[in-house]
Design a protein around this ligand. Structure first.
Ligand code: FEO
Ligand code: CA
Ligand code: CA
Ligand code: CA
Length: 686
């Protein structure tokens, strides 16, 4: 019988420490929710309330058409039966063996609070790379007490989040790209004085943000990975590296500053959270809680993006006036984008793609239509914010010539940006906010992608195209997008074509003056989050409709307000606060958590999405104290995770650490990337 650990008490949304809230999101959860628009939400909307244009367009695509990849489009308001058909039926058998779906045949790790990475029996692990390890030529070995900005600029950054592994034509080697979301100064600097940071400390923090590119070497016959330092592809991008703004809003007056009158050249990238890997061999990285780095915001748009009206936590504005919105009001407009980086070209200038809109980008995961146009799915991670997609008007070239690559680096500059609006198919009265399933047995319905802008053409009344791109949240408000429970990572299944959206939590849902439960966000004071599954005919540019249903409603399976795609709850692991998602080679979805609220440390889980084991969720690992599990990559022979902010517990400092991971007592705690593989060298989970 499953035994749960006692609940940890935390006043912080998503179970994070005050320290995490302060440094990661600028205490986003303590501020008023920035979305004060009076949008309807899914449960309130009946099909007839949709705009006439949407209804007609969606009706035109009403026939359920099975695409080759299994993706389908449903009609505007499918019955439960129709939606089930759209998704290909439920098809649970629940019989068979107990060893799990292919790819998930491991003994689940029990929930625990061990200060280590705990992996299943028969599995081993190695720390691939730690904060501060030198990766560039000339960078010194890490010494926490002698750290300099110059050293940090050649070393692996802090708080690794998104990970991507790209192939390399060198035997046994791959290219690892990692995001470095934010810095946690009290855990980086001994005796850190938050009221008076030094210039050196601030510059170290600038250099510890951004991205790392580092080639890694596989060990023969195991999944172990080690960094190849000084490889010519190794690279650091920081808060001061040069980036180019491209696409329809580049050069806009809204993006010009006193040092950049062109509105196209930005120094740095900030708060890079999750991301995606493109089929043309680049990576996408989402700039998330950029607002916290800017002081003295005062405009209405600053407010919608959560900029504070006073000094910032890190006080960067004392050292560079661009971080003071009172002096440089447009500088913050140059953050909050999706960054595209070509890791194969160490001299390339990374781009911020304005066509993909500006919000708190969690991630950006692309796939190709059959005729080769990229479709990119994106979440805006804030309570009551939206999720989006971008469809390029250009086709990818499959070759690898210089001109093909140059062409492919323009794919994300032209196309249409859409926001999602969802409609439930059950009567609103059946969605009571407790998570109780409605009478049709499923939280499900239909949706429509509402176009916001195509190139220079705005589809939003009262907003120019440039305004749509720079103030995308306002565009979403105006068209009545559906307010979601923190849309995080989004991942299309390479097998079924369905798209999975992790909704982490929203403890404000249902509070006075805030939107209440709806069918897609069915729990008030939602602590544990849910995962939405979406089926659409994404190949067809004329189709803007989709069918959706909740795949998982997370929590303790003993809690009646949970749902595991209908799978028997006694056979699943407890899960809370889904965040990053990724697919394994077998079509199983892997989910990492951030701020789990069930008494266990955060972890990584695998779940079957198809077949008779659909919904069977198993925990693969847990991370050390205070850490969040990030960046999962599941390859045949290894699982890679980024262990972010280990030891980030209230009151912890360098001298009073809450965690001693990864190097044991007396050594500074270091965010690191970990590879997990089988001791017998065989594939994961088979
Ligand atoms: Fe950086 Fe939404 O997590
Ligand atoms: Ca329903
Ligand atoms: Ca995240
Ligand atoms: Ca992902």
């Amino acid at each position: 019988m499953r035994k749960l650990l006692p609940l940890l008490s935390s006043n912080h949304a998503g179970g994070r420490s005050a320290l995490t809230c302060r440094y990661r999101c600028g205490d986003a959860c303590f501020h008023e929710v920035p979305n004060t628009s009076d949008n309807e939400y899914a449960g309130d909307i009946i099909a007839g309330a949709l705009s006439r244009r949407s209804v007609m367009r969606t009706a035109a695509a009403a026939t359920v058409v099975a695409a080759a990849g299994g993706a389908v489009v449903a009609n505007n308001a499918p019955s439960a039966e129709a939606a089930a058909t759209a998704f290909g039926g439920h098809g649970h058998g629940h019989g068979g063996t107990t060893d799990g779906a292919r790819g998930l045949r491991f003994t689940p790790v029990a929930p625990n609070t061990a200060d280590q990475v705990t992996v299943p029996e028969g599995y081993a692990q190695n720390v691939v790379i730690r904060w501060g390890e030198p990766i560039l030529r000339g960078a010194p070995a890490f010494d926490a007490d002698k750290q300099t900005a110059r050293a940090q600029a050649g070393q692996f950054g802090y708080n690794n989040d998104f990970l991507s592994l790209l192939p390399l034509r060198e035997h046994g080697r791959q290219v690892l790209v990692a995001n470095h979301e934010y810095t946690d100064e009290v855990l980086m600097f001994r005796n850190y004085d938050a009221a008076n940071p030094t210039r050196e400390q601030v510059e170290i923090a600038w250099a510890a943000h951004g991205l790392s590119v580092v080639v890694v070497q596989e060990e023969h016959r195991s999944g172990k990975l080690t960094p190849v330092s000084r490889h010519y592809l190794n690279r650091r991008l920081t808060a001061t590296s040069e980036f180019r703004l491209t696409g329809p809003a580049a050069g806009s007056d809204l993006l010009k500053t006193s040092v950049d009158p062109t509105g196209t050249k930005v120094l740095g990238t900030l708060n890079n959270c999750a991301g995606g890997t493109t089929p043309w061999g680049t990576i996408l990285s989402g700039e998330e809680n950029f607002n916290q780095y800017f002081a003295n915001g005062s405009s209405a748009t600053d407010k919608r993006y959560g900029l504070g009206t006073t000094a910032t936590e890190r006080k960067w504005e004392r050292f560079d006036k661009r971080f003071d919105a009172a002096q440089e009001p447009n500088e913050s407009h140059r953050f909050g984008w999706v960054v595209e980086l070509d890791p194969y070209d160490p001299d390339s200038t990374p781009r911020k793609r304005t066509a993909l809109g500006r919000f708190k980008h969690e991630a950006a995961q692309p796939r190709l239509t059959r005729d080769g146009r990229p479709v990119v799915y994106m979440g805006d991670d804030e309570r009551f914010d939206y999720f989006y997609k971008f469809v390029s008007s250009k086709r990818m070239k499959k070759g690898n010539s210089r001109s093909d690559r140059e062409h492919n680096l323009t794919l994300l500059d032209e196309g249409t940006l859409y926001v999602a609006k969802l409609t439930g198919d059950s009567p609103a009265a059946e969605i009571d906010g407790t998570g109780k399933l409605p009478n049709d047995g499923e939280f499900d319905g239909s949706g429509v992608w509402i176009p916001l802008a195509t190139g220079d053409v705005s589809h939003v009344e009262g907003m120019t195209a440039e305004e749509v791109y720079v103030f995308t949240r306002l565009a979403g408000d105006k068209v009545g997008a559906t307010k979601m429970d923190r849309p995080e990572d989004v991942e299309p299944s390479p097998r079924s074509g369905r798209v999975y959206v992790a909704l982490t939590n929203n403890t404000d849902r249902g509070k006075a003056g805030k939107a209440g439960a709806d069918e897609a966000n069915p729990r008030n004071l939602n602590k544990h989050g849910q995962i939405l599954e979406l089926a659409e005919h994404w190949d067809d540019p004329a189709s803007d409709g989709f069918a959706w249903r909740l795949f998982l409603v997370a929590g303790d399976p003993n809690d009646p307000a949970t749902y595991f795609a209908g799978y028997p709850k006694e056979a699943v692991s407890p899960i809370s606060c889904p965040d990053n998602v990724a697919f394994d080679p077998h079509g199983n979805l892997w989910i990492s958590t951030d701020g789990a609220q069930l008494g266990s440390h955060d972890g990584l889980f695998g779940v079957a999405t198809q077949g008779e084991r659909r919904g069977e969720l198993k925990q693969f690992l847990t991370v050390p104290k205070g850490a969040e599990t990030c960046g999962p990559i599941i390859q045949d022979r290894r699982v890679l995770v980024a262990v972010q902010h280990p030891g980030e517990i209230d009151g912890a400092t360098v001298d009073k650490p809450a965690s001693v991971w990864p190097d044991g007592p007396g050594r500074i705690v270091r965010p690191s990337v970990v590879a997990v593989y089988r001791k017998d060298g065989r594939d994961i989970g088979v």
